[in-house]
Each structure stands twice: as structure tokens, then as C-alpha cells.
Design a binder for this molecule. Structure first.
Ligand code: ADP
Ligand code: MG
Length: 702
């Protein structure tokens, strides 16, 4: 039996590996650049590259790749072998140089750039991100050394999700350091955002999956009547994990652990066939890389079990969708979590100042935070018919809400509610110390003890975007506080004033009630909180004056980068919905209509045969079914015709923004109009004629 400790992190070129394999001065240089920034010398890079290659080859690697996060939302890799030209005797030479380690030059022309550069200027650069460790990935095509990198255009603009994230982390660190200095912390050199991303996903049988073009092309079901059983019994949540899914999870854990990913929590989620996997939190940058790797590994490992992992936000209508709870906190490099309230938060001035800055940031930039979670799939999970509203609000819990109320009213908080002991009335039970505040499962941005849990993020999305926005908006609020406080004569009094001011101006964003209720939508509107129900409606927040000022001031995005990203969002929306629409048209024409026609013929045959055989027998049921089926098929056919016209119309528009809006306003409703009669027919037509596996087959037969 192997113990976890025998193989945990064995595929990571970790600090420990470097300490063992690098000369001390080179190791120190790498650590110093990682900690304090600066350039690694080419001489050191050569040494690191050689050690990294030798280590990777020992682990079976044949190739290396600069691994990066382009704006497709998934990762990119191009494998190059370590081979270089054989010597005169024909002996093969393996090589990875410092230059190859620190930069690469992939052809950038086929990655989304949002108009940042013309296609014929194809140059792009990848540059080594020393803050995220290199690792090897074991795949069917071989074992590959992956070097995390950023991806930049020829003119230095970010073409990836990593560059702005790293910039935002530096901005946050600088501003938060100013604040902790004011409170007398002279030891911290850095403030680091930490993230733990809980990943939700669905697992379905691969054979059934392959029978559905919608799952194959779009990752979700575009048709499907609800199964007789959904999630209403709440028996799936935390239920016993099915054997086949359990075997997948066990295998997944091993793969993740080998890559140093601390997968720790696993359980069944609310919807049938839905599950969750969560790691232990780590620095924001590494957490982003780990989450990308987790998603990729889930898909790969599922395949080995003849299963498919669906990461789409809403693979099935009418049951819960999947998200990614992004747990976020900030801590000094000396280990102090700045979101730790202590037992008496009312007199923890530093905590209150930082909390008030976060509240200010979230209220002021609610639109940006919302935008950062926008992806096509999340439109079905946020703000849609069966989904919670896409309104940003903060849940603080009773203890902190009470403190905030006191400060708003009196300028300071004299007292705070303490946690109590729970008494279950059973003498043998351990005494449970109850937390000072309860939890709230409906809040998009909830304080959970010593961190915020941002729950709007979509399950398939790259978490870099949300964390970039979060880091940047908080950096801005901390900067404003530091600007005032650094020059104040009476620091404590001034800090109290800033806290009260932040809370008075921004406490409208605090909401402790049921965020899923209709009343909240009205209440939020009264409070003036933005409600951006769709991806297309959220894109304009990227390029408002407020947004450009924020991101340019802290060097996170240039205006051109923001404009390119909004272009890419429109483009992604338009392309994805068009693929969905074409898939629906294909399925309706090639799968559903022929099956329904066959069913009608079967009914017709039956009517004729029964009449022939026994004229006095009733054929009423067959006739009723036949006429109902005929009516629904006509309705479906008309809807199909209309959908085709909409698809055609969408290709005639020039500007991406117009295409995206057209898809949202016309194409999506046309898709719904086609789905409705087909879903109704699914409940009528013989099971043996129905051309695809149903919701029941997919969610309950794994
Ligand atoms: P849940 O919210 O589902 O009850 P947990 O409280 O266990 O789950 O935490 C969920 C995630 O939050 C885990 O990935 C965990 O590592 C992460 N987490 C815990 N503490 C912090 C923190 N201080 N900063 C960021 N993430 C954290
Ligand atoms: Mg959670």
C-alpha cells in the first residue's frame, strides 16, 4: 500500500526539489525573485533549466511546454521534445536552456486577441512565471514538463488570464502593506491573497454521453424533459457516493496529489449526478493554476472509467447548476490572515478598516464583480428563470452585521455578540462551541469566519478573472484609506472615521436575507444595486470610466486590454450560442423529427390494423395521441424554421456586440421555442423510438 506522503507532490519541481538539486546561490536567486521580484540572471536560468530537465526526464518526461492560460478560458500547451541535433557520432543530446525556460515565442495568431493585434502580426511571447511551480503531467501522449508562463503580445499587452492576475496581486500587496504598516507591522514584506476553489461537476456515463450531440458539442443538454425524480428529496446531497463515481474520485485524488494539488473534500452535491471536489487553499496564483489542472484532470480521469465529467454551469435544466465557490482571504507573508476578526471584532480596528474597505470595493464595483463571473453557461445559472438573481450583495452574519450597524449609528461599536455553547440535551455529546454567526447559502459574497466566499463564479470558468477583479477593487479601497491615514495626526480617531464613512456610504450592499427571493430583486432595485441578468448586459461594465480608471491606476489592465476583453466576451457569447443553436437545429432535423415521424406511423398503423381486425374496438387513444403528436411536431417544425432564420440573420451582422445582443435577444428565445414542443413529445413518444438518452438515463444510471 502506498501512503499519500509517498507520492504527494512527486510531479512538482518544488522548493524542496530545487533545494536539493540547485547550487545554493542559484536556489537563493530563484527564491529571491519569487519573493521580491526582479530578474533572474541568464547564468542562473541555465542552471535551473538543466536541473529541471534532468528531474523531469527522471520522471519519464520526453517533452516540455510553456503552459499558459489564453483567453479561451482553457489552458494551452505546445510540446517540444528535449532533443537537439545528434552529435557527429549520432548520439542524441537532451537540452533545455535558460532561454528556453524563461521565454517562448508561440504563434499567437490563432488565440483570441479581441482585436489587440492583426492576425498577420503573429508574434506572441510566453514568459516564465516563477511564482507557480513547474510540474510534469502524465498523459497518453507522454509525460510532459509544464512550465507555467504568462502570454503577451508583441507589443506587451496581456493575451492571457494570468498576467492581469499577477498584476492585481502586486497591486493588492502594495496597498495592503501600506495599511498593515499603519498598524505597526514592519515585518511583513508582502500581502498575498489566498484562494480555495470548490469545484462542482456532473458525472455521466460515456456511452450515453456519446449518443447526445448536444453534450458533445456544447457540454450541456439542449433538450430534455425532466425525469420523474429530480433533486426534491434532497437525498443526493452528501449521500453515499456510488461505486463507479467513487472509483473515479479515488483515481482523481491520486492524480491531483501527485501534482501537488491538495484535493481534500469530496461529496455528492444537490443535483442527481452532481459532485464536488475542493482543495486546501493556497496563494491565488497557484490556486488558479491548480483549478485549471483539476478541471483538466477530472475530464481525463473520467474517461478512464468510461465516464464523462461535465463542467458546464447548467448541464441539465430544472436541477441545480454547477459553480465554483471562490474562497478568498488576504494574509501577510508572515502568516497573519487580515480577515481574521478575532473574538471581539468590534475593537479590532485593523480588521474593521479592511472589512470596511472590502465592503466599499464590492459596492462600488458590483458591476465588475458580476462581469467577472459572466460566461455563457453561467447565464443559465444566474439571473435566469430557475436561477438566483445576478445581484451582488454581501452577507456578514449576525455578529458582524450588528457591529456594522453600531458603527453606522454611533461611529464605533461598543460591544459584540459572542458565540454560545450548544446544548443538544444529551449528556454524552461533546459540547459544541457555536460560531458567532450562522451561514447563508444564498448570498453571492458571504463572509465565512475568516474569508469571503464568492459563489457566483461558474464551474467551467477560469477563476483568474474573478480574483483579478477582487484583488484590484480591494487594492483601490485600501489605497484610498492609506492615502488619508498616512497623513493623519490622530491615527486611531481617523481610522474610526474612515471605517464609519466606508460603512455609512456602502452598507446598502450588505444583505443577510434570502438572496434567491423575488422580494430581494425589488429591494435591491430600491437600494440602487446593479442587476445584470446576462453576460451581454454585464460586458459594458468592463469599459466604463470607473473601470478604466481603476485598472489603469493599479496597472492591472490598460484601456486597450479592457476593450479587447469586452470584444472577446461578445465574440465568445455569439459563437457559443450559435453553436448551441446549430446543434439544436441538427438534432431536431436529424434525430427528433424522424423518430417522431416513425412514432406517428406506428400509431397510424395501429389505427388501421385495429379497425380492420375489429371495427367495433376503440382507436380513440391512438387517434388522440396521433393528433397531439402531429400538432406538437408542426409546432416544432415551425420553431425549427424560425431558428434557422435567426441563425442566418446572426451571420449578417458585422459588429460583435450586435451579434451577441442579437443572439441573446432573438436566438436564445428561438432555441427555447424549439425545445418546448420536443420536450413535451419526449413524454409521449415510445421509449424505444426516442433517439437519445433521457434525463433519467443520464442522471440516474451511472
Ligand atoms: P464550506 O464553505 O463548503 O463549508 P470550508 O469552510 O471547508 O467549506 O472551505 C471551503 C474552501 O475554503 C476550502 O478550499 C478551504 O481550503 C478554503 N479556505 C479555508 N480557509 C480559507 C482562507 N483563509 N482563505 C481562503 N480560502 C480558505
Ligand atoms: Mg463553501
Amino acid at each position: 500500500m502506498m501512503k499519500i506522503s509517498d507520492y504527494f507532490g512527486e510531479n512538482v519541481f518544488s522548493k524542496a526539489v530545487m533545494r536539493e538539486r540547485l547550487p545554493l546561490e542559484v536556489f537563493d536567486e530563484v527564491c529571491s525573485v519569487e519573493q521580491n521580484g526582479g530578474q533572474i540572471s541568464m547564468a542562473a536560468a541555465d542552471v535551473v533549466a538543466k536541473a529541471m530537465m534532468e528531474w523531469a526526464i527522471e520522471r519519464g518526461a520526453t517533452h516540455y511546454t510553456h503552459w499558459f492560460l489564453p483567453l479561451t478560458g482553457v489552458t494551452a500547451e505546445k510540446h517540444d521534445s528535449f532533443l537537439s541535433a545528434p552529435d557527429a557520432d549520432g548520439n542524441v543530446i537532451m537540452k533545455l536552456t535558460g532561454k528556453q525556460l524563461i521565454m517562448g515565442e508561440p504563434d499567437a495568431s490563432s488565440f483570441p486577441t479581441g482585436g489587440l493585434r492583426a492576425t498577420h502580426y503573429a508574434r506572441g511571447y510566453t514568459a516564465w512565471d516563477i511564482t507557480s511551480p513547474a510540474f510534469v503531467k502524465e498523459m497518453s501522449c507522454g509525460t510532459i514538463l509544464c512550465i507555467p508562463t504568462v502570454f503577451l503580445s508583441y507589443t506587451g499587452e496581456a493575451l492571457d488570464n494570468k498576467t492581469p492576475l499577477l498584476r492585481s496581486m502586486e497591486a493588492l500587496s502594495q496597498q495592503a502593506l501600506r495599511v498593515v504598516r499603519l498598524f505597526g507591522d514592519n515585518a511583513a514584506k508582502k500581502v498575498i491573497p489566498s484562494v480555495g476553489a470548490e469545484q462542482e461537476y456532473f458525472i455521466v456515463d460515456r456511452e450515453k454521453y456519446l449518443k447526445r450531440r448536444d453534450l458533445i458539442y456544447t457540454g450541456r443538454t439542449l433538450f430534455g424533459a425532466p425525469a420523474p425524480k429530480g433533486q426534491e428529496l434532497e437525498d443526493q446531497y452528501f449521500g453515499v457516493i456510488r461505486e463507479r463515481v467513487g472509483a473515479f474520485m479515488a483515481d482523481l485524488n491520486v492524480e491531483l496529489w501527485k501534482m501537488g494539488i491538495t484535493a481534500t473534500t469530496q461529496h455528492n452535491e444537490v443535483a442527481p449526478a452532481q459532485h464536488e471536489c475542493a482543495p486546501i487553499y493556497t496563494s491565488c496564483n497557484v490556486a488558479v493554476d491548480h483549478n485549471q489542472l483539476t478541471m483538466e484532470t477530472m475530464k481525463r480521469v473520467a474517461g478512464r472509467h468510461d465516464l464523462v465529467c461535465l463542467l458546464h454551469e447548467k448541464p441539465f435544466a430544472r436541477v441545480n447548476g454547477s459553480g465554483k465557490h471562490n474562497n478568498w482571504s488576504i494574509a501577510t507573508d508572515t502568516g497573519e490572515n487580515l480577515l481574521e476578526p478575532g473574538t471581539t471584532p468590534n475593537d479590532n480596528l485593523q480588521f474593521l478598516l479592511i472589512l470596511s474597505c472590502i465592503i466599499k470595493a464590492v459596492d462600488r464595483h458590483a458591476d465588475l464583480l458580476r462581469m467577472s463571473t459572466a460566461c455563457v453557461g453561467n447565464d443559465l445559472r444566474l439571473g435566469a428563470d430557475e436561477a438566483p438573481p445576478a445581484i451582488i450583495s454581501i452577507f456578514l452574519g449576525s455578529q458582524l452585521e450588528d457591529v456594522v450597524e453600531q458603527i453606522v449609528k454611533n461611529g464605533t461599536a461598543a460591544e459584540c455578540i459572542a458565540g454560545a455553547q450548544l446544548d443538544a440535551g444529551i449528556s454524552t455529546l461533546p459540547r459544541i462551541q457555536r460560531d458567532a454567526a450562522d451561514r447563508n447559502r444564498t448570498s453571492p459574497f458571504a463572509f465565512t469566519g475568516n474569508k469571503f466566499e464568492f459563489r457566483m463564479v461558474g464551474s467551467s470558468d477560469c477563476i483568474a478573472n474573478s480574483n483579478t477583479v477582487l484583488n484590484a477593487i480591494v487594492a483601490e479601497a485600501l489605497c484610498e484609506a492609506a492615502d488619508v491615514l498616512e497623513t493623519s495626526a490622530d491615527f486611531a480617531a481617523e481610522a474610526c472615521r474612515v471605517i464609519a464613512e466606508n460603512l455609512r456610504e456602502h452598507s446598502r450592499v450588505i444583505f443577510n436575507g434570502n438572496g434567491y427571493s423575488g422580494e430581494w430583486v425589488e429591494e435591491a432595485a430600491r437600494r440602487g444595486l446593479p442587476n445584470l441578468p446576462s453576460m451581454v448586459s454585464s460586458v459594458p461594465s468592463l469599459t466604463t470610466k470607473k473601470s478604466i480608471n481603476l485598472f489603469e491606476k493599479f496597472g492591472v489592465f490598460t484601456r486597450a486590454e479592457l476593450e479587447s476583453r469586452s470584444e472577446i466576451m461578445y465574440e465568445t457569447y455569439a459563437k457559443t450560442t450559435s453553436i448551441e443553436a446549430r446543434t439544436m437545429a441538427h438534432m431536431a432535423a436529424k434525430h427528433y423529427t424522424p423518430a417522431i415521424v416513425r412514432y406517428m406511423a406506428r400509431l397510424g398503423d395501429s389505427i388501421c390494423k385495429v379497425r380492420n381486425a375489429c371495427p367495433q374496438a376503440s382507436t380513440q387513444v391512438q387517434e388522440k395521441l396521433l393528433s397531439k403528436t402531429g400538432r406538437l411536431l408542426t409546432q416544432a417544425d415551425e420553431a425549427l424554421e424560425h431558428l434557422r432564420q435567426c441563425i442566418d440573420q446572426s451571420t449578417r451582422l458585422e459588429c460583435m456586440r450586435d451579434v451577441a445582443n442579437y443572439c441573446h435577444d432573438s436566438l436564445v428565445p428561438a432555441m427555447q421555442a424549439l425545445r418546448a414542443p420536443i420536450d413535451e413529445l419526449e413524454l409521449i413518444v415510445d421509449k424505444d423510438l426516442w433517439p437519445v438518452p433521457t434525463y433519467g438515463d443520464l442522471m440516474f444510471e451511472v
